[in-house]
Design a binder for this molecule. Structure first.
Ligand SMILES: [Zn+2]
Length: 636
């Protein structure tokens, strides 16, 4: 039977939501970390991610930016995730506890063939939405995921992998469902052997065989070590050679110097995670140390590892429930593609929170709109600055749809309007759902580069009037900053200045430093009324302090950047490089420059080539760089 998309309409929405959340929480109680996945939206009958019909993995990919690494067993986080994404599918993280065999008949996979080959007994099984099967097995190790390697149409999900779990909705319109109520059986030995044969051959890694014999965390099992005697039995069960003080013959079980500490700490953690006491841990570590470490660690070190492990508590590292914990084992972290620190506009608008302040009617909205359009379109901003193209969310809360339409039409000068630019006319106060809405938008629009909030006053809670302006300001900027960091996005907040004339222009931003103190970058647009020229003051954490001159062309409503000859619009590195060239006796080679600057030669060559492109330096002959002469300077 193919229920199609119908069940969404038949079920009360509340029913399905309650069911999904209930399942997610249930998996967490089994110590299976879960992560929300995109689903099929009944309205479009496509993936709920921004790619919709173009999504290559509809209803199967994680919503959090760090993907399956965000998976958790924390109830509060799970509640919050499904509160924000009530219809989200459920992913269960595999590896270190679960290994799932995925049989896909559409790629030639067959349950019968697998059963015949391995003589499989019963285990927890899911009927997938695609008409295949998921076989769940208990396995504590980390094997590589594979596709079609164990057999045609048979995939393996283990280290850093995940599977779509019941009652998730498949793109076909079918739901995933449990085929039985069994717990995962231990991974059959013949299947483990077949899987190990698929593992890439690596140089001998320190491996503690006893680790594979530990029962799953929290599961009741006679092997759960609670006493020193049990630990000894555990080791006996691992069929370890007796402690002779000789290095083990098997390379794979030999833990060399430099890896002994890590291996023992990992093993201690695994024991502690299963409730072992300090005494048991120490006994087990001593045995492993004697059997596998060559040469063995001093007893005092083993004792220290055991003592420290015995104090570890489950949940000890918990964070505020509303934050999605981003915890990575270091080995996973180093293998993860992490987002580069991003600039919406290099050396001008960083990812993070930027406050753009100015007196009313200065042209701040024109400025922000032009900048936002440049990013959406991937065009030069203000006629000069190259941008990183991406999606834009523009909260134009002071303007009507009509005014926005007129302004955008004028700025686009006949170019088609970019579809990745979303205008919003109304938004909740940040404290009353606005922040959660923003996160939800960012969850579903991972290509977002810029969010403009025009203006701060429209989303800021009414002042608490307790005279603590600083903490009010700070408390509104801090969550924005967290979101900007988490999603690696630039948030440009527009703020009207009421007063002027303070000696430090940044002091004009607010009566308190609560606003500017919490931001990554601050800009003040300073323009005398009626004049076309304005000064943009910029200060920030990772950005060079700058004063840029901008001209407003009232015909086209465009702000244009005036680049000074060798002036202020230049990064610190560029100015330092110029100083080096100035002080040199003659033209310099990149190597000599890199030595003087104390930066790598790669970075130096990059800097040189971009400065050549910007006509800021010249070449004497191939490979030698020098300052421009006065005649050349400024030509462009
Ligand atoms: Zn998708």
């Amino acid at each position: 039977m193919n229920p199609g998309i119908q069940p969404y309409l038949e079920l009360e929405f509340g029913d399905y939501q309650t069911r999904v959340l209930k399942y997610a929480l249930h998996y967490a109680t089994k110590e299976w970390p879960v992560v929300p996945l995109h689903t099929i939206t009944p309205r479009t009958n496509a993936c709920s991610c921004y790619k919709q019909d173009d999504c290559t993995s509809p209803a199967k990919h994680p919503i959090p930016v760090n993907g399956v690494h965000a998976a958790t067993t924390k109830e509060a986080v799970i509640h919050e995730w499904w509160r924000r994404n009530p219809m989200a599918n459920i992913g269960i993280a595999t590896g270190q506890g679960l290994l799932v065999i995925d049989i896909d008949p559409r790629h030639g996979g067959s349950l019968d063939a697998l059963v015949t080959r391995f003589g499989l007994g019963e285990t927890a099984m899911v009927r997938t939405g695609g008409g295949g099967w998921h076989l769940y097995y208990a396995y504590m190790g980390l094997l590589k995921n594979s596709t079609g390697k164990l057999g045609e149409g048979i995939d393996v999900r283990c280290a850093n992998g995940y599977v779509v779990a019941p009652p998730s909705l498949h793109a076909s319109g079918n739901y995933y469902a449990w085929a039985n109520q069994l717990d995962p059986a231990p991974l059959p030995a013949n299947m483990l052997a077949a899987l190990l044969a698929l593992e890439p051959k690596r140089p001998a890694l320190p491996h503690i065989p006893a680790l594979d014999l530990l029962p799953p965390r929290k599961a009741a099992s006679p092997l759960t070590p609670t006493t020193a005697t049990d630990a000894t039995q555990l080791l006996a069960a691992a069929k370890m050679p007796p402690a002779t003080g000789q290095p083990p013959k098997n390379e794979r079980t030999n833990i060399p110097e430099g890896q002994r500490n890590g291996a023992l700490v990992g093993f201690a953690g695994a024991l502690r995670g299963r409730g072992a006491t300090g005494e048991t841990i120490e006994a087990a570590l001593r045995a492993i140390n004697a059997l596998q470490c060559f040469p063995p660690l001093p007893d005092t070190e083993v004792h220290q590892i055991a003592r420290s492990a015995s104090t570890w508590e489950r949940g000890q590292y918990s964070v505020e429930p509303l934050l999605i914990p981003q915890m990575y084992p270091l080995n996973v972290l180093l293998e993860t593609d992490l987002p580069e620190p991003q600039w919406a506009i290099p050396h001008f608008l960083p990812a993070g929170v930027t406050l753009l302040a100015g007196k009313p009617k200065m042209g701040k909205s024109w400025f922000a709109l032009a900048l936002a359009l440049a990013i959406a379109e991937g065009r030069l901003a203000f006629g000069k600055l190259s941008v990183t193209q991406g999606d834009v969310l523009y909260l134009g809360l002071e303007d009507s749809a009509r005014r926005m339409s007129d302004r955008a039409t004028k700025l686009l000068q006949g170019r088609p309007a970019p579809a990745n630019f979303t205008w919003v006319g109304q938004w909740n106060l940040l404290s009353a759902g606005g922040l959660a809405d923003l996160e939800e938008w960012l969850d579903t629009h991972p290509n977002t580069r810029l969010v403009v909030i025009d203006t701060l006053a429209k989303v800021r809670p009414v002042s608490s009037n307790n005279g603590n302006g600083y903490s009010d300001d700070y408390s509104i900027m801090t969550p924005l900053k967290r979101i900007a960091e988490q999603y690696n996005v630039a948030i440009l907040v527009i703020h009207h200045l009421r007063k002027s004339g303070a000696p430090d222009v940044m002091d004009t931003i607010s009566g308190t430093t609560g606003l500017t103190g919490a931001t990554d970058c601050n800009m003040v647009l300073d323009r005398e009324r009626g004049k076309d020229e304005a000064i943009l003051h910029i200060t920030g954490r990772d950005i060079e302090e700058q004063e840029l001159t901008l001209y407003f062309n009232s015909e086209t409503a465009q702000w244009m950047l005036h680049e000074n000859k060798r002036g202020t619009h230049m990064s610190k590195e560029r100015r330092e490089l110029l100083t080096v060239l100035e002080r040199a006796d003659g033209p310099m080679s990149p190597t000599a420059i890199s030595n003087k600057l104390g930066i790598t030669s790669v970075a130096t060559r990059k800097l040189l080539s971009s400065m050549m492109k910007d006509n800021q330096i010249g070449q004497a002959e191939r490979g030698l760089y020098m300052l421009l002469t006065d005649e050349e300077e400024g030509e462009n």
